[in-house]
Design a protein around this ligand. Structure first.
Ligand code: C5P
Length: 227
């Protein structure tokens, strides 16, 4: 069976990564969470005096971006890839509300996107990859054989994120999460470089009222059509 590139884009917390991970596992493809890469750059910026939440020291980040190396390694306990920043496992630290609230301004910077897109394209050179994000079908892999754009109402997305954090035992406020989801949607859709939008040739999936199983069925149906 020929290997293809699968691009899954969409809004924050709409279940893209669950979909992408499941599909990659079932078909034996590599899974890359491109949002984790922007989160790792944000964590780096927070920990190195570049971004305190108000002002970004863009010159410092521009100089240091070449020293920010992001990679993924399979965690044998979870069976899922963990994110490494300069060789250190940052998987848990990049998923906090603090990082979520700071990531969109960092990922709106053109030189940050250039660096990440180059790394993402290198990861997909051999195909056999499922990547999820905001600009995968439009910018990173415009020739991807299968493109999906996922959406759901902000309320349902906030509820899913709330349940996820609670399940991990983390403190969470539904209102704060809903606010964050809406704010990220706004910044991601309105930035100058690679704004979040559906590629013309992407399939639209609104999963507001779908169960995980129904969504899986939909996904496999479309995967089998292009293979
Ligand atoms: O996917 P996730 O919600 O973890 O992504 C975090 C943030 O990273 C997004 O809100 C967006 O600002 C940014 N992002 C991006 N381009 C991507 C993936 C994520 O700008 N391809």
């Amino acid at each position: 069976m020929k290997k293809i590139v699968i691009a899954i884009d969409g809004f924050s917390s709409c279940g893209k990564s669950t979909m992408a991970k499941d599909l990659a596992r079932e078909v034996g493809y590599i899974y890359i969470d491109s949002g984790a890469m922007y989160r790792a750059v944000t964590l780096y910026s927070m920990e190195n005096g570049i971004f305190n939440g108000d002002v970004i020291d863009t010159e410092k980040l521009r100089n240091e971006i070449k020293n920010i190396h992001i990679s993924f390694r399979l965690n044998p306990e979870t069976g899922r890839p963990d994110t490494y920043l300069n060789g250190v496992n940052v998987e848990n630290r990049i998923r906090t509300m603090e990082v979520s609230s700071k990531v969109s301004p960092i990922s709106a910077l053109d030189f940050v996107r250039e660096a990440m897109v180059a790394q993402q394209q290198a990861m997909g050179k051999e195909k056999g990859i499922v990547m999820d994000g905001r600009d995968i079908g439009t910018t990173v892999f415009p020739d991807a054989e299968l493109k999906i754009f996922v959406t759901a109402t902000p309320e349902i997305r906030a509820q899913r994120r709330y349940d996820e954090l609670k399940a991990k035992g983390q403190e969470a406020s539904f209102d704060e999460i809903l606010e964050n989801v809406k704010q990220r949607d706004y910044i991601d859709q309105n930035r100058d470089v690679s704004p979040l939008r559906k590629a013309d040739d992407a399939l639209l999936l609104d999963n507001t009222d779908l169960t995980i199983e129904q969504q899986k069925g939909w996904l496999f149906e479309h995967f089998n059509k292009v293979n």
